[in-house]
Design a protein around this ligand. Structure first.
Ligand code: ZN
Length: 261
């Protein structure tokens, strides 16, 4: 089974973009990802016994602003070093990234909710990824895999549960879902290490689109789902028809016989 862990960024009013993003991992990899964060905690915060919630925004806090416990024990340079090391893990381990950045002006013009739009987009992308995985599996006489989505708990839980049921029954705007057929699970990010990585993914994408900060994004950009040099794992829904970001550039240059997302 592949599990796609997703978290959101850009929910506050002044954010220009809303981002839903995260990583899909094969079930056996979960242990290694979790162990990596446990090791970082032991190295940087050895006196903390309980698992500490890793959260990208809390590690980024500027000097002079309030730093939440237990991160106030680390000077800023150590917090930033730790943040970089989390992105190193995402870059180095076997996981595939998915992200959707929705410009709020884009969704407002269409009277769409950015979370719902991003969720539909990502579930469709994940389903296509699973179709590809299963095509390889069938061709090599291996067992087919299913896809499951786990979302960080949020105020959207009810809406998304209803939307997910509709997408399962009637398909997305791009067609029927074939491999992702379970109800998405909602879990607290504080208790799920993989959702904490999803937060770092969403935060890097948000930084790229809202603040034009590309450092963290560039570090993980090569991990977005791609096949035959076509980027499938990242979408940018924008009102700018000439946007030259990685996602828009790839979308404009893809062959016309491929599905529209
Ligand atoms: Zn773009």
């Amino acid at each position: 089974m592949y599990i796609l862990y997703l978290d959101e960024s850009g929910n506050h009013a002044e954010a220009s973009h809303f981002v839903l993003a995260g990583l899909a991992v094969f079930e056996r990899e979960i242990h290694w990802f979790s162990q990596d964060l446990d090791s970082l905690q032991l190295e940087y915060l050895p006196e903390e016994i309980e698992p500490v919630h890793f959260h990208a925004a809390r590690l980024r806090v500027r000097d002079g602003d309030k730093v939440e416990a237990p991160w106030e024990k680390l000077p800023r340079e150590k917090r930033l070093e730790l943040k970089d090391r989390v992105y190193d893990i995402i870059r180095g381990r076997r996981g595939v990234l998915f992200g959707c950045a929705v410009e709020k002006r884009y969704s407002a013009l269409r009277r769409e909710d950015p979370y719902e739009r991003a969720f539909e987009d990502l579930i469709s992308r994940f389903d296509l990824f699973m179709s590809r995985i299963n095509r390889y599996a069938i061709s090599e006489n291996r067992e087919e895999q299913r896809g499951l989505v786990v979302l960080a708990e949020s105020s959207y839980e009810k809406t998304i549960a209803i939307l997910a049921r509709r997408l399962r029954e009637t398909g997305t705007r791009w067609g029927q879902l074939r491999n992702v057929t379970e109800v998405p699970l909602f879990a607290p990010a504080s208790a799920t290490r993989l959702l904490q990585y999803a937060d770092f993914c969403a935060n890097a994408i948000y930084g790229r689109y809202h603040s034009k900060l590309t450092g963290d994004f560039d570090k993980i950009a090569g991990k977005f789902d791609q096949d035959s040099n076509i980027l499938h794992g990242l979408a940018h829904l924008t009102t700018d028809p000439y946007c030259s970001c990685l996602a828009c550039f790839s979308r404009r240059s893809r062959p016309p016989n491929l599905p529209p997302i």
